[in-house]
Design a protein around this ligand. Structure first.
Ligand SMILES: *Cc1c(COP(=O)(O)O)cnc(C)c1O
Length: 384
C-alpha cells in the first residue's frame, strides 16, 4: 500500500484553502452579534473587491443556482421575452429557469464546444426589440468554453435589456469589468474560485437592474435580491446566514487580496494554458473549438476510448477526482480544473499522471512531453 492523498481536481467543488477550513471550525457565532456583523460587512467588501465593482452585492445561503434563480425571479416578470445564450448544460439551466418563471426565452443555441457569438446577440436584440434581458455564462463549465462577455456587454449596454451573467466559474478566472462592460447582474458561487465549500451564492446588481425591479410584478420571497443586498451592506442578512462559510470566505478573501484579483486570474490562465499545451503535446484534442476557458479545460478522450476510463484511473490509481463530461458529453471528454486553489505543483502531478493513465488505456505516449509543456509555461510564468 502507498499513501494516496485524496485530491479534488474538479471545477466545483474545488480544493479548499486550509486557513479557510480552520476559520470555519471557529467557535459558534450568533449572526446578530456585533462581531458577526463585522464579519459579514467585511465579506461583502471583499466580494466587491473580487467583482472590481461598486455595485450592490447580495449573498445567499444556497448553491450558485440560487443566485441565478434570484436574478430571474426578482428582475423579470412572467410573459417577458428574454434572450438566452445556450452553449452547454449551464446555458440550458438559464432556459429552464426562464421557463419556470413564465418568461419567454429566445434561445441562441450553439453546439457543445462552441460559444454564442456577440453578433448573434446583436442580431437577436434587433429582431426582438422587446427583449428585456440577455442571459449568458461567462465560462460554460460543461464545455470549457468562455463567452466574449465584453463585446456582448457593449452591445447590450446600448439597449434597455439587462445583461445577466452567470460568472460562477468566470469570477477569478477571467477578466470581467462589471461596470465598464455593463454586467447588470454577475453571479458567483463559493465552491469555485473562492476556495471554500458549497453553500454561498453571490450576485452583484447594477442601478439599471434595480430600476427595472422597482416596476414590480415579480414573484419571490426567500430569494429577495434587494433584502439580501441591503441587509448585507449593513452586515445583517434577512435570514440566518451560514456563519461558518462566511468566516471561511473572509479567510480565503484575505489570501485573494494578498495575491490580488489579477493574480488569481493570471494563476488560472497560466494553468489553463499549460494544460492545453500539455494535452496537445500528448496528441489529444481540446473540446473547445474556440475561446477555451481558463476555469476548466475540457479534453477529448483518445479516439475510440471512453473518457470515463481516464476519470476512473485518476480515482483508482491516484485518489484524485477529475470531472467527466455532463449529459451527452459524458464518456467523450474529461475536464481538468484550474479555478481557485490550484498551483503548478498540482498541474505537474496531474499531467505526469495523465501520461501514465493514457499509456495504460492504450494511447501511445511519448513520456515527458506533457510535463515538458507544463515546464515551458511555468518557466515563462516565473520569468525564467
Ligand atoms: C457550478 C456552476 C453553477 C452552479 O451550480 P450549483 O450546483 O448551483 O452551485 C452554475 N453555472 C456554472 C457555469 C457553474 O460552473
Amino acid at each position: 500500500m502507498h499513501i494516496r492523498k485524496l485530491r479534488l481536481l474538479t471545477p466545483g467543488p474545488t480544493p479548499l484553502f486550509p486557513p479557510a477550513i480552520r476559520a470555519m471550525s471557529a467557535p459558534d457565532m450568533h449572526h446578530r452579534t456585533k462581531d458577526f456583523i463585522e464579519v459579514y460587512k467585511g465579506v461583502v467588501a471583499d466580494l466587491k473587491y473580487l467583482y472590481g465593482s461598486d455595485n450592490d452585492v447580495a449573498v445567499f445561503c444556497s448553491s450558485g443556482s440560487g443566485a441565478m434563480e434570484a436574478s430571474v425571479s426578482n428582475l423579470f416578470t412572467p410573459g417577458e421575452k428574454v434572450i438566452v445564450c445556450q452553449a452547454g448544460k449551464f446555458g440550458e439551466r438559464w432556459t429552464k429557469m426562464a421557463k419556470a418563471f413564465g418568461l419567454q426565452p429566445v434561445v441562441l443555441e450553439k453546439p457543445y464546444g462552441e460559444p454564442v457569438e456577440p453578433e448573434q446577440v446583436e442580431e437577436a436584440l434587433k429582431v426582438n426589440p422587446d427583449a428585456t434581458g440577455v442571459f449568458v455564462q461567462a465560462s460554460e463549465t460543461s464545455t470549457g468554453v468562455a463567452h466574449d462577455v465584453e463585446s456582448m456587454g457593449k452591445i447590450i449596454q446600448k439597449t434597455d435589456a439587462l445583461f445577466v451573467v452567470d460568472a460562477i466559474t468566470g469570477l477569478g478566472t477571467m477578466p470581467l469589468d462589471v461596470d465598464g462592460w455593463g454586467l447588470d447582474v454577475c453571479v458567483g458561487g463559493s465552491q469555485k474560485a473562492v476556495m471554500i465549500p458549497p453553500g454561498l451564492a453571490f450576485a452583484s446588481v447594477s442601478e439599471k437592474a434595480w430600476k427595472k425591479r422597482e416596476k414590480g410584478g415579480n414573484r419571490y420571497f426567500y430569494f429577495d435580491l434587494k433584502a439580501h443586498a441591503e441587509g448585507g451592506a449593513e452586515g445583517n442578512s434577512p435570514f440566518t446566514p451560514p456563519t461558518s462559510l462566511m468566516l471561511g470566505l473572509g479567510a480565503a478573501m484575505q489570501y485573494i487580496r494578498e495575491i490580488t484579483r489579477e493574480g488569481l486570474i493570471d494563476n488560472a490562465q497560466q494553468l489553463a494554458r499549460a494544460t492545453r499545451d500539455a494535452a496537445l503535446a500528448l496528441g489529444l484534442e481540446l473540446f473547445a473549438k474556440k475561446n477555451p476557458a481558463s476555469s476548466v479545460t475540457a479534453i477529448k478522450a483518445p479516439e475510440g476510448k471512453d473518457s470515463g476510463l481516464v476519470v476512473k484511473a485518476y480515482r483508482d490509481e491516484f485518489n484524485s477526482i477529475i470531472a467527466n463530461g455532463q449529459g451527452t458529453m459524458k464518456g467523450q471528454i474529461f475536464r481538468i480544473a484550474h479555478l481557485g486553489y490550484f498551483d503548478f505543483h498540482d498541474l505537474f502531478a496531474t499531467i505526469a499522471e495523465l501520461e501514465l493513465i493514457l499509456a495504460g488505456i492504450g494511447h501511445p505516449v511519448d513520456f515527458g512531453k506533457g510535463v515538458a509543456a507544463v515546464q515551458k509555461v511555468y518557466a515563462e510564468a516565473a520569468g525564467k
